[in-house]
Design a protein around this ligand. Structure first.
Ligand code: DOR
Length: 425
C-alpha cells in the first residue's frame, strides 16, 4: 500500500526539519519527502493542520508481564503506547519474577513479537532487585536487554553500585539509576513540605533524591561508565547534572511528563492516582525541569507508565502503590510546554532522538529511505480521556475524564498503520 500525505507539518529533530511537506510512504519506508509530490497512491491523506512526527521512543515504562497480567500485559501496554504515538518502548524489569536472568528476558522478547511496536526490555542491576548482589549482567546483555536498572528500588550499597557501573562497561549499555535514599524517603507518600504537613501525609524530602544523584554522578566519574539518571524531579538534581555534564560526557538524565505538567497540588484531594515515585514536587521544581529541557541538561522525556489496579489504588493514599499510566496522554501533555517557550521540535527531540542516543538504538526520522515509523498528530483536537478509550488494562491516571487538547490520529510502524482513530485511515 502506498500512502501519500499532503501538506502536513513535518517536525523531525534528526534532520532539523519543521515545515510543510508532502510525504509518500511506500512498502515500509519513506519513499519521498518533499514539496508537491504528485505520485499516485492507494491512499491520499490531507494533512492540512496536522503534524507528522517520527515515531516516539519511550525509554522508561512498566508493563506488568510476567506476574501481574491483570494490570498490564506486553500486548495491552504496547497497544496503548502505539495509540499514544510510540513505536519503541523500553520496559523496566520490576516484573514478577523480575528480569534478573536470561529466561525472563527471553520470555519478554518472545511475547513482544506479537506487539504492534518494538518492545525492548531492561535487565536488573541486582539479583531480585534486592541491591545485595549483582545480576548476571553479561548474560542479560547477551540475551538482549537494552540497559540495566533496579527501577523502583535504589541500589543503596555504593560498592555494589560501583561494581555495576564497572561491569556494565564492556557491554556499552547504560545503568539507569533510581536515585532515592530509601532511609530518608521511608513511608513517604508525597513531597515533603508545607502541603504534606497540612494534609497530614508523610513527606519525601527532595534531599532523598539529591543525595543519591550526587553519589551516582560521583561513582560514574570514578568508573567512567555510562550513567543514566531516571525520573529526576527537583531543581537541585538538575543543577547537579548540569554541573557534572560540563566536564563529563557519560551522564544523561530524563524527566517524566507528569513531573513537567503537575505539582504536588495534584494531591490536595488525596488522589492516589497522583501518588508517584519520585513524588510530584513544587512549581519551582517544575520550572527548573522545563529550563533543564531548554538548556539540554535533560536528554529525554519519558512516561514512566506504571499501571496499577483499581483495588490497589483505592486502598487509601498511604497504602496505594506509586505510579500512574501515561502512554496516551504523554504527547499532548508534553506539547502544553510550548506555553513556557519550548518549541515543538525541542519536545519531540526529547521523545525520539534523545532517548535513541542514550540507548544507542536507531532513531526514527522522516527521511527518504528511512523505515516509516511515524505519527500523525492533530494538535488542536479536543477529546476526553475515559476508562473506555484507555487501552491500558489499568486506568490509574489523575487525568481521567479531563479534556485534553491534541490527539494522535494514526501511528505507522514499518510503513503500516498500527493505530488509527478511524478519522484518517
Ligand atoms: O511511580 C513509580 N512507579 N515509580 C517507580 O519508580 C516505580 C513505578 C512502578 O513500578 O509502579
Amino acid at each position: 500500500m502506498e500512502i501519500l500525505i499532503k501538506n502536513i507539518r513535518v517536525i523531525d529533530p534528526y534532520t532539523n526539519t519543521d515545515g510543510i511537506r508532502d510525504v509518500l510512504i511506500s512498502r515500509n519506508v519513506f519513499a519521498s519527502v518533499g514539496k508537491n509530490i504528485n505520485k499516485r497512491a492507494s491512499k491520499v491523506i490531507d494533512g492540512t493542520g496536522l503534524w507528522l512526527l517520527p515515531g516516539l521512543i519511550d525509554m522508561h515504562c512498566h508493563l506488568r508481564e510476567p506476574g501481574n497480567e491483570e494490570e498490564e500485559t506486553i500486548l495491552s501496554g504496547s497497544t496503548s503506547a502505539c495509540s499514544g504515538g510510540f513505536t519503541t518502548i523500553c520496559c523496566m524489569p520490576n516484573t514478577q519474577p523480575c528480569v534478573d536472568n536470561k529466561v525472563v528476558v527471553g520470555y519478554i522478547i518472545e511475547k513482544a513479537r506479537k506487539a504492534p511496536i518494538k518492545v525492548l526490555p531492561y535487565g536488573t542491576i541486582t539479583l531480585e532487585r534486592k541491591g545485595t548482589s549483582l545480576a548476571p549482567m553479561g548474560e542479560l546483555s547477551d540475551a538482549g536487554v537494552v540497559g540495566f536498572s533496579d527501577d523502583g528500588n535504589c541500589v543503596m550499597d555504593s560498592l555494589i553500585f560501583r561494581r555495576a557501573l564497572e561491569y556494565s562497561k564492556p557491554w556499552g549499555k547504560i545503568v539507569v539509576s533510581h536515585s532515592e535514599d530509601h532511609m530518608l524517603s521511608k513511608n513517604g507518600v508525597m513531597n515533603e513540605g508545607a502541603l504534606s504537613t497540612k494534609l497530614g501525609l508523610r513527606g519525601i524530602p527532595p534531599e532523598a533524591e539529591h543525595i543519591m544523584v550526587y553519589r551516582d554522578i560521583t561513582l560514574a566519574k570514578l568508573t567512567g561508565a555510562r550513567l543514566h539518571l531516571a525520573h529526576l524531579s527537583t531543581k537541585k538534581s538538575i543543577e547537579l547534572v548540569k554541573e557534572a555534564k560540563k566536564n563529563f560526557k557519560n551522564i544523561t538524565c530524563e524527566v517524566t511528563v507528569h513531573h513537567l505538567v503537575l505539582t504536588e497540588d495534584a494531591l490536595i484531594n488525596y488522589d492516589a492516582n497522583a501518588k508517584v515515585n519520585p513524588p510530584l514536587r513544587t512549581l519551582q521544581d517544575v520550572k527548573a525541569l522545563i529550563k533543564g529541557i531548554k538548556e539540554n541538561v535533560i536528554d529525554a522525556i519519558v512516561t514512566d507508565h506504571a499501571p496499577h489496579s483499581e483495588e490497589e489504588k483505592g486502598s487509601g493514599i498511604e497504602n496505594a502503590p506509586f505510579g500512574m499510566i501515561g502512554f496516551q496522554t504523554a504527547l499532548p501533555l508534553a506539547m502544553t510546554l510550548v506555553k513556557y517557550g519550548l518549541k515543538p521540535i525541542q519536545i519531540i527531540e526529547k521523545m525520539t532522538l534523545g532517548p535513541a542516543r542514550i540507548l544507542k538504538i536507531q532513531t526514527n526520522t522522516i527521511s527518504e529511505g528511512a523505515e516509516a515509523n511515524c505519527v500523525i498528530f492533530d494538535p488542536k483536537k479536543e477529546w476526553v480521556l475515559t476508562k473506555e478509550n484507555i487501552l491500558s488494562l489499568s486506568k490509574n491516571t489523575p487525568f481521567l475524564d479531563m479534556e485534553i487538547t491534541g490527539k494522535v490520529l494514526c501511528t505507522f510502524y514499518h510503513g503500516s498503520p498500527v493505530f488509527s482513530d478511524k478519522t484518517l485511515i
